[in-house]
Design a protein around this ligand. Structure first.
Ligand code: NAD
Length: 444
C-alpha cells in the first residue's frame, strides 16, 4: 500500500519506519526541515533503540522517504495523522492546532476514497472536529490510537499488545464491518501483525479515543498510587520496595508500573491525564476530574519531596552546595526531556541556590542550551567531582551499575539520594555513603 505519515516525531518516525519494514511504500511528512533532513539520510533525529536500523533498511529498499512537501501524499491510499497534541499553554486542555493544520492541509490533497487515520492522542469528541476539517476531501476517517512507549517504540510497533480501530457507527452495524472500507484498509496495513495474532478491537470513535486516555490514566494511577504508598511507608517506617514486590505477586495487581520513585513525566502521560481531567470536567464527570487531579498532584509532589530530601541532607538548605544530578531524560533509553522529572528536580535545586551539574547518557544535547542555570557533564565521574550530594533521578542502566566505592573517591561528601529506588542501599551504606531512597524509611 502507499501510505503517508504526517508528523514524524517520536511517534510518526517510528510508525513510518515500521510500516516500511512491513512492506508498504511510505512517505513521512513533517514541517520541520531539519528533522526531515536527518530522517531522509537514515539518521534518527532523536535517540530510539532500533530506529536507525529500520530507517536505513527503508532507505536501502526504497520503500521509505521523508519530505516537507505535503503534495507528495496525494496518491497515497492511507494517511496517518501523527502530529503533536501538547497541553495548551493556557489550560489543561490538549492543543489541537497542529492536528487542525495537518488535517486541513491533507484535506486539500487527499484523493477521494483514501483513508485518513488519526493516531495522535486526542480528547474524546475530537474525531467529530477532524471530520469537519476534512469536509469536501471525499476521504474516509478512522481513529487508531497508538500505545508505543519511547525506549521500546520499535518493538512496541512491531509487536503491539492490541490494535484499536475507531470507526463510524455505520461500520459497526451487524454485517457492516467486513464491508467497511476503513476496516479493510487498516486490516491491509496491519496484515503482518494480525496474522501474528495481535488482538484487534473495532469500536466507535468515542470508545477508541477513550481507550487511549483511560489506559494512560490507569498507568498514571498505578504510579501515583505506589508513590503515595511510599510516602506512607516513610511515615510508618516501612519499606515500599518490599511492599510493592509483595503486592505485585498478586496477578490481579502485577509488578509493572508499581515501582515507587520520582514519578512520571515525558511528552505523553502528564499532558494526557490533564487533558483527560479537562474532558471529564466538560462532560460533568466529577469522579474522573477529582481522581486525575489527585494523580497529578501526587506525581508532582514526588519532585517536591526529592528536592526537600536533598535540602534536609544538606543541613536544611542546598544553597551554595555542589549537587550532582544523574539523569536528564524523563526515563531511561530516550533522550526526551519533555516534562522531565529529572530536569524539574535539577531546576528546583538550582533555584534554591545549589550549583547543579547534570549528566545523562543521551539527553544532554537536548538540555544544555535550554537550561543555562545548570551545568552539564558527559560522564558520571566528572559530574560528581567534588559533589556534596548526588541524586539519581533517571534509572539508566549505567547509573544502576555505578560502584559506590569508586564514586566515593570523586565526591567531597558521600551522600546519595536514589530517587528511583534502583540502587542497593546496603552496599552504598557499606561503602560509607549516607543513603536515602523513597519510601524506604525502614532501612535508613
Ligand atoms: P512530537 O512532538 O515528537 O512529534 C510531532 C511532529 O509533528 C513534530 O515533528 C512536528 O514538527 C510535526 N508537525 C506538527 N505540525 C505538523 C504539520 N502540520 N504537518 C506535518 N508535521 C507536523 O510528538 P510525539 O511524541 O511524536 O507525539 C505525537 C502524538 O502521538 C501526540 O498526540 C502524542 O500524545 C501521541 N503519542 C505519542 C507517544 C510517544 O511515546 N511519544 C505514544 C503514543 C501516542
Amino acid at each position: 500500500m502507499k501510505i503517508s505519515v504526517i508528523g514524524c516525531g517520536y511517534l510518526g518516525a517510528v510508525h513510518a519506519a515500521t510500516l516500511a519494514s512491513m512492506g508498504h511504500d511510505v512517505v513521512g511528512v513533517d514541517t520541520d526541515a531539519e528533522k526531515v533532513g536527518h530522517l531522509a539520510r537514515g539518521f534518527a533525529p532523536f535517540f530510539e533503540p532500533g530506529l536507525e536500523d529500520l530507517l536505513r533498511d527503508g532507505r536501502a529498499t526504497g520503500r521509505l522517504a521523508f519530505t516537507t512537501d505535503m503534495d507528495l501524499v496525494a496518491d497515497c491510499d492511507v494517511h496517518f495523522l501523527c502530529v503533536g497534541t501538547p497541553q495548551s499553554k493556557t489550560s489543561e486542555l490538549a492543543d489541537l492546532a497542529y492536528l487542525e493544520a495537518a488535517t486541513r492541509s491533507l484535506a486539500e490533497r487527499a484523493r477521494a476514497g483514501s483513508v485518513v487515520v488519526g493516531k495522535s492522542t486526542v480528547p474524546v469528541g475530537t474525531v467529530q472536529r477532524v471530520r469537519g476539517w476534512l469536509v469536501g476531501a471525499g476521504a474516509e476517517l478512522a481513529w487508531n490510537p497508538e500505545f508505543l512507549r519511547q525506549g521500546t517504540a520499535v518493538k512496541d510497533s512491531l509487536v503491539p499488545d492490541r490494535l484499536v480501530y475507531g470507526v463510524d457507527d455505520a461500520d459497526l452495524a451487524p454485517g457492516a464491518q467486513a464491508a467497511s472500507a476503513v476496516v479493510r484498509a487498516l486490516d491491509e496495513v496491519y496484515a503482518p501483525l494480525l496474522h501474528a495474532g495481535v488482538p484487534r478491537i473495532v469500536c466507535n470513535f468515542a470508545t477508541a479515543e477513550l481507550i487511549k486516555s483511560a489506559a494512560n490514566a490507569y498507568l498514571a494511577t498505578k504510579l501515583s498510587y505506589i508513590n503515595a504508598m511510599a510516602e506512607l511507608c516513610d511515615a510508618a517506617g516501612a519499606d515500599v520496595t518490599q511492599l510493592s514486590a509483595a503486592m505485585g505477586l498478586d496477578p490481579r495487581i502485577g509488578q509493572r508500573y508499581l515501582a515507587a520513585g520520582l514519578g512520571f513525566g515525558g511528552g505523553c502521560l502528564p499532558k494526557d491525564i490533564r487533558s483527560f481531567r479537562a474532558q471529564a470536567r466538560e462532560l460533568g464527570v466529577e469522579s474522573v476530574d477529582a481522581w486525575m487531579g489527585l494523580v497529578d498532584e501526587i506525581n508532582i509532589n514526588q519532585r517536591t519531596r526529592v528536592a526537600e530530601i536533598a535540602s534536609e541532607l544538606c543541613g536544611g538548605s542546598v544553597s551554595g552546595r555542589r549537587v550532582a544530578v544523574l539523569g536528564a531524560a524523563f526515563k531511561p533509553d530516550t533522550d526526551d526531556i519533555r516534562d522531565s522529572p529529572a530536569i524539574d528536580v535539577a531546576l528546583r535545586l538550582a533555584q534554591a541556590g545549589a550549583h547543579v551539574t547534570v549528566t545523562d547518557p543521551k539527553a544532554i544535547n537536548n538540555a544544555w542550551m535550554r537550561y543555562p542555570q545548570l551545568q552539564f557533564e558527559t560522564s558520571v565521574a566528572a559530574a560528581c567531582d567534588g559533589a556534596e550530594i548526588v541524586l539519581l533521578v533517571t534509572e539508566w542502566a549505567e547509573f544502576r551499575a555505578i560502584d559506590p566505592i569508586d564514586l566515593a573517591e570523586r565526591v567531597s561528601r558521600p551522600v546519595m539520594v536514589d530517587a528511583r529506588n534502583v540502587l542497593d542501599g546496603d552496599a552504598w551504606r557499606a561503602a560509607g555513603w549516607t543513603f536515602r531512597g523513597l519510601g524506604t524509611g525502614a532501612r535508613r
